[in-house]
Design a protein around this ligand. Sequence first.
Ligand code: GDP
Length: 599
Amino acid sequence: MEEAQAKRLRQPIVVVLGHVDHGKTTLLDKIRGTAVVRKEPGEMTQEVGASFVPSSVIEKLSEKLKKMLQVKLEIPGLLFIDTPGHEYFSNLRKRGGSIADIAILVVDINEGFQQQTFESIDILKGRKVPFLVAANKIDRIPGWKPFENEPFLETIGKQKKDVQNRLDNQVYDIVTQIAQAGLNADRFDRIKDFTKNVAIIPVSAKTGEGIPDLLALLAGLTQRFMKERLTFAEGPAKGVILEVKEDLGLGHTIDVILYDGILRKNDQIVLGGVNGIITTKIRGIFVPKPLQDMKLSKYDFTSIDEVYAAAGVKISAPGLEDALAGSPIYAVNSESNLKEIENKIEEELKQVRFYNSVEGIVVKADSLGTLEAIVTALNKENIPVRVADIGNISKRDLMEASIVAQQKKEYGIIAAFRVKTQTGLDVGNIKIIYDDIIYQLIEDIKKYIDDIKNSEKRKTLETLILPGKFKILPGYVFRRSDPVIVGVEIQGGIVKSKSPLIKQDGKRVGEVLQIQDNKKSVEKASVGMEVAVSIKGNLMIGRQIDEGDVLYTDVPKDDLEVLTEKYKDIITDDMKKVIKEIIEIKRKEDPLYGINVNL
Ligand code: GDP
């Protein structure tokens, strides 16, 4: 028996992703339902967090599709992960990839790609998981005549020509949208090379149409192109923790998807915990009791002695209360090197959970997979991360964020994904951003950072004294002193109220009090404008200043440096000229004035 199993293929692990309301849950329900109806007694295995569809069912369903599924199925069936969506998928992590072998991307054929559809492709690409597109809800295409549970290739032939055309137009829209994501795609029955094209399978999760084609393709393609990956490894089990729970009568348990090897009762297991590596011994392996027994609730489990990957099981063992969702789990037997496995997991956890000293944000999440997905998304947005960790927000997190806030206010943030703040903590003025959807969280973080940056920019720009130059127009003296009021022409740059002024010889001559443009008070005047300015200081026309004089703003050294470093975009050519003139004037007093300025 051992010999025969050495080369057998395991069941591919299938995940479902897609935009909200496009029919992910309904599709999974339909597939499960179909499998239960079509199976022979004893054919189905019970799984935790996943559903198994045996190959015999797939073969029966796709009898009419002989042409498409010529090969006999060698894989035992398909293992569908029960919970669809990004967040759950994130926890199916494996270093550099995913334990999912293939994905179904569900797209409502009548709505086409939406935001989460594009995001799904992004994360599938990121984890290198190939996918098919289920173009769902074909029964909603106007004029569609449903033929329950028929293969698509049968039912499409029975539709009117205009309905067929309508469907094809919608499929082409999806082809175009997939092209935007950089991939080729086509309706599955028109594809010759499946390694170069994403297959689109029109389906209805409601009527079951297209489900046979979808299952046949999933099975056929994985078996054909993933043989090596699916070859069962005879050895201690490897898996990933999907959820940590407390179960009635079982205490703390972990729900695990095994993707390779064999797991036996009494095996030693190694996994990641909140406070470090957990090495413990299995007390029990559980699967749900068979559904046939209608008296049982879904919370009734039965204990088994061993299980072969791929499978979803519940494990009870001492010390699991600190287990980390998304962590790898390895079984250890006499042949394996315990220390080596512990180091391997520890190393992997360190990649995802870290503390460093960069000026960046603090990220707290509920699981390893979501944490990793958030940090990856932040990296893509060039947002630095100082702390990435699991669990509720602690005093230390607040401290780290406040250290950063002192240097870089915009990064003084704690991003909280499905975690809370520990009770009794004084949050002070640290910004905590909570969200339960990864992409929403990232959007909120981006917006906060932008808002702070913009307001800081505005604030400092507002307080800067800008380079400006004007000429007192002869014949336009409205008041000779206390304050002087004159008509001027701005010859370059920007003159703002409260700007101190100098003459061409560098002598200080008061400060702009007010500027009026057409009798209306304005904050500033720029090149070409003719305005009235009042100038305060002990001045009198004909003494310190006179008609025809040219005055400059007295720009402090620091202001000039900040302006030319941070706000280059507001420096116009005329302002540039004024800056050079001011530097020349100021250098006579201060040889270092404007030395760092780069125009
Ligand atoms: P999810 O958010 O992607 O899991 O979407 P659901 O499976 O909850 O489906 C959203 C809505 O679309 C529900 O009201 C479903 O009944 C409906 N729906 C899903 N698939 C189909 C389909 O193939 N045809 C029709 N007519 N409705 C569907």
